[in-house]
Write a protein that binds this ligand. Sequence first.
Ligand SMILES: C[S@@+](CC[C@H](N)C(=O)[O-])C[C@H]1O[C@@H](n2cnc3c(N)ncnc32)[C@H](O)[C@@H]1O
Length: 475
Amino acid sequence: MNYFPVFFDLNGQKVLIVGGGEVAIRKISLLERTGASITVVAPVIAPELMARAAAGQLKLATREFVPDDLDGARLVIVATSRRAVNRWIAKLSESRNVPVNVVDDREASRFIVPAIIDRDPVMIAISTGGASPVLARRLRARLEAMIPKRIGELASWLRALRASTRLKLRDTDERRRFFEAVVDGPAARRFIEGDSQGALRIAQQLLATSSTAPPAGGEVTLVGAGPGDPELLTLKALRALQDADVILHDRLVPAAILDLARRDAARICVGKAAGNIGSTQEEINALLIEHANQGRRVVRLKGGDPFIFGRGGEELQALAAAQINFSVVPGITAATGCAAYAGIPLTHRDHAHSVTFVTGHAQDHGKEPDPEPDWRALAAPGTTAVFYMGLARLDHIVAKLLEHGASPALPAGIIAQGTRPSQRVVTGTLSTIRGAAAAANLESPAVLIVGQVVALHPALAWFGDSAGVDLSRTA
Ligand SMILES: C[S@@+](CC[C@H](N)C(=O)[O-])C[C@H]1O[C@@H](n2cnc3c(N)ncnc32)[C@H](O)[C@@H]1O
């Protein structure tokens, strides 16, 4: 983060604008809304600013800037057409620790002005750190279209409601739940649609029942986080994350996904780091039950889909035995996510009519070894096999497939860190894939895909480095 976003209370504070043209007018129009005490210094001043000064909205000094103009200023905006002058004023401001913005000169600026959506008191600021103001404006346009027009009025109404409910709802958790029910439910919807009376009636009903209702029991939502790209989360997963009081997550879930949770939600990593044992399944089950029994909304966040090599079933069995309410939000599993991002269709009318997801793991935490898969079926023509956790057992998998009749020329591919910016794809055949993988020095997590469909990768790759690159000749 190269800029720290803050909202600055400028009410009654001196803001100095150096420059009296069009750019200054635009900045002043925004600043006026904050109640700042605006002083404009410039030898030539636009008539519009003169009119505002005459109406008492700002102070004018029709002359060149002098260093004493900075006295008492809390913020400076420099908007003259002379770059050297702008930079000199910026330097002077810096030496006095007054935050300065030089319009269109990021290097000389201590702060930059974001693109904003102003639905007072709701304010949304968008910045690309100066990288692309056009992109910031496009984002603003999209958000403008998504955010209800009355969102500001809704915020003001909620503020009033907060004051009037403070005496009745003394407990902070109870207060939060009440407001979540208002914001997420029909009360806010009615308000946004313009029915303020109906909204108030519903809020009063909620208030009347909130303290008499028994405390809500906790619940656990098993959520699939997908293979890595945060944009692959489902809307339900996003909502569950934002509603959660506690999140128990695997190590593979990226920070960008965890950042979508409420800031005050507790985050507990229960995954294992490479080579290290993390929380045992029994410990995870016990944590889920403990938090839910305390009335919390618990999200168990798992990479990919919770029901595919994710032990989601075992966790639900433990919750069912403890009579905890639960639900499941499916996620995009590594096989489908990686295949899509590598341009490898898992089925294809000309090449594969079935697909099998197989775990490449031999055993799990000292338990019984997983039974061997049906190698003959996996080696059969017209099918695709996707091996999870297969990188470490690549030699074994290749040997077994060859032993059970697969052709050494059968295409095979490995997708490491699939769907992430660091995604890498290595393709070859059963006879070349081990050499190709070793040469590429791939990092887990990775899936291995075996089948004719892998041969489509060079033509269909579209994402990341592998797009258009054919590594099939790597031995
Ligand atoms: C314990 S399994 C969990 C699978 C997960 N429940 C799912 O549906 O994708 C972990 C394995 O999933 C695969 N995997 C998960 N994320 C991946 C990714 N981004 N790229 C490649 N493989 C991934 C790897 O084979 C990894 O060893």
